[in-house]
Design a protein around this ligand. Structure first.
Ligand code: 4NP
Length: 152
């Protein structure tokens, strides 16, 4: 069983969305993976996912209702085989928390697995309009399919 942790800033928009898309693919393909998500910031810890993200997800057939935000913690480096971050800023935050090469070797920018979407990061949708949330879903669906085909 391999484990994947999705990481963004607040753990209320992008990484919970990634967790649910990946869980959906695990169930659909009976894949030997587990997953979770976390934010580098604790500002939203304990909260549900952003209402706009939950609504957009629902329109695309995903359910984010049971997810609660949590902060990334040091032992996540030991617990997970892959740590997939949404943007360069997340990458820097995680790199600053890592103590060993072994930790950093697990960290990848999720958009590196895209095969169709031309995105160099998953843009932070928090301060933007509704379209940003659907864009997040489009990029994550593509990246997650790519990740699974490379690693299953
Ligand atoms: P996320 O989005 O990192 O995709 O969960 C954000 C959530 C909250 C904030 C920024 C981004 N914030 O500034 O509170």
């Amino acid at each position: 069983m391999k484990s994947v942790l999705f990481v963004c800033l607040g753990n209320i928009c992008r990484s919970p969305m990634a967790e649910v898309i990946f869980s959906h693919e695990i169930d659909r393909g009976n894949l030997n993976f587990t997953c979770d998500s976390a934010g580098t910031s604790a500002v939203h810890a304990g909260e549900k996912a952003d209402l706009r993200m939950r609504d957009s997800a629902k329109q695309r057939g995903y359910d984010l209702e049971s997810i609660r935000s949590r902060q990334f913690k040091q032992n996540d480096f030991e617990k997970f085989d892959y740590i997939l971050v949404m943007d360069e800023s997340n990458y820097r935050n995680i790199r600053d928390l890592s103590n060993r090469d072994e930790d950093l070797n697990k960290v990848f920018l999720i958009t590196d697995y895209c095969t169709e979407e031309k995105a160099s990061e998953v843009p932070d949708p928090y301060y933007g309009g509704e379209n940003g949330f659907f864009e997040v879903i489009d990029i994550l669906e593509d990246a997650i399919k790519g990740f699974i085909s490379e690693n299953k």
